[in-house]
Design a protein around this ligand. Structure first.
Ligand SMILES: Nc1ncnc2c1ncn2[C@@H]1O[C@H](COP(=O)(O)OP(=O)(O)O)[C@@H](O)[C@H]1O
Ligand SMILES: [Mg+2]
Length: 333
């Protein structure tokens, strides 16, 4: 029995001169929900695609369930169910026809496939839509169908590439529930990528933060937040022309390193945060600096990302994720 579900060792992928994945090493334990968190272009899909041999690594090794992808790719394909970033359910086919088609691709017998269909539809909460065309489904329903479709051959590992990007918060929650259920009830190891901090925080027991092809931090959500080394983050929202002045005041009062992003300046502090925040507010007011808001919160994964990379994930997330990023921002307060 292999000790780990997936072992990635010094994995690198170059496209010409460009290094998309830069010397990544990771061990994913059996039964965990592991998250690869990073902005667009970080190298998440490239990493995932190398797991299944869709892209050949430039260097490094990948071991899945004890098997090296260079030697046992066909066996590994049986171990992994993959949900790609783009939805690929067939709109002209019904829910059950989509599942049937996929089962045949895995050379399963008709009997095995028919046995599986009701079970998978039930898991996805799509039983009553068995005979409905997938083309009529909402984005969330398509995602759920796609997710259970990749389980038809009973894989040990489920790999999901940005499973909720572009979904609204209700559909996102349903996809989360489905992934949790698969992980728990079916004892399937989950590797998922996301550009949403809150998703990683809520879903994953361990997270690797990836930026420009490199892993910049790895640990449980709590461990990552402790990396900040401070217990409170104070954030001041102002307008851009006042940002430097606000940063200067934050620095003067706390003596800590200030990070700025967009129209906000923030600082991580420990000790009596209320008192320091009061001093900050007094100083801002004394200098007649207009502010749009000031908040104190526990360090979030975004603060960690900001500290490690110098940019905020909130600012680097794609346009399409904008609405949901706003929702996230509101919820994280
Ligand atoms: N086939 C390719 N040829 C050249 N560059 C690529 C190719 N695939 C991906 N890239 C580049 O590699 C980087 C990582 O891409 P990707 O793994 O898709 O990121 P993510 O999934 O994290 O958004 C991006 O800068 C992307 O433009
Ligand atoms: Mg991607």
């Amino acid at each position: 029995m292999a000790e780990y579900a997936i072992e990635i060792d010094h994995l690198t992928k170059k496209f010409g001169d460009f290094t998309a994945v830069n010397d990544i090493s990771l061990k994913i334990e059996k039964g965990e929900i592991f998250g690869l968190l990073g902005p667009n272009g970080a190298g998440k899909s490239t990493t995932i695609n190398m797991l299944l041999g869709l892209i050949e690594p430039t260097s490094g090794t990948i071991i899945v369930e004890g098997k090296d992808i260079r030697k046992k790719l066909n066996e590994i394909k049986q171990d992994i169910g993959l949900v790609m970033q783009e939805t690929i359910v067939e709109p002209e086919l019904t829910a059950e026809q989509n599942l049937r088609l996929f089962g045949r691709l895995y050379h399963m017998s008709e009997e095995e496939i028919e046995k599986k269909i009701p079970f998978l539809l039930e898991l996805a909460g799509l039983t009553e839509f068995r005979h409905a065309y997938a083309g009529t489904f909402s984005g969330g329903m398509k995602r759920r169908l796609e997710t259970v479709k990749s389980l038809i051959h009973d894989p040990k590992i489920l790999v999901l590439d940005e499973p909720t990007t572009g979904l609204d918060i209700q559909n996102r929650t349903k996809v989360w529930d489905l992934i949790r259920k698969i992980n728990k009830e079916k004892e399937v190891t989950v590797l998922m990528t996301t550009q949403y901090l809150e998703e990683a925080d809520e879903m994953c027991n361990r997270i690797a933060i990836i930026d420009h092809g490199k892993i910049v931090a790895l640990g449980t959500p709590t461990e990552l937040k402790h990396k900040i080394g401070k217990n409170v983050v104070v954030e001041v929202a102002t307008s851009r022309q006042w940002l430097d002045k606000v940063a200067e005041i934050l620095k003067k009062i706390t003596g800590e390193k200030v990070t700025t992003s967009g129209d906000r300046a923030s600082i991580a502090i420990s000790g009596d945060a209320v008192k320091k925040t009061e001093q900050i507010m007094n100083e801002l007011s004394r200098n007649k600096i207009p502010i749009n808001g000031i908040s104190m919160h526990e360090p979030t994964l975004d603060d960690v990302f900001l500290k490690l990379t110098g940019t905020s994930l909130r600012d680097t997330a794609s346009q399409e994720g904008f609405a949901s990023r706003r929702e996230m921002l509101m919820r994280r307060r």
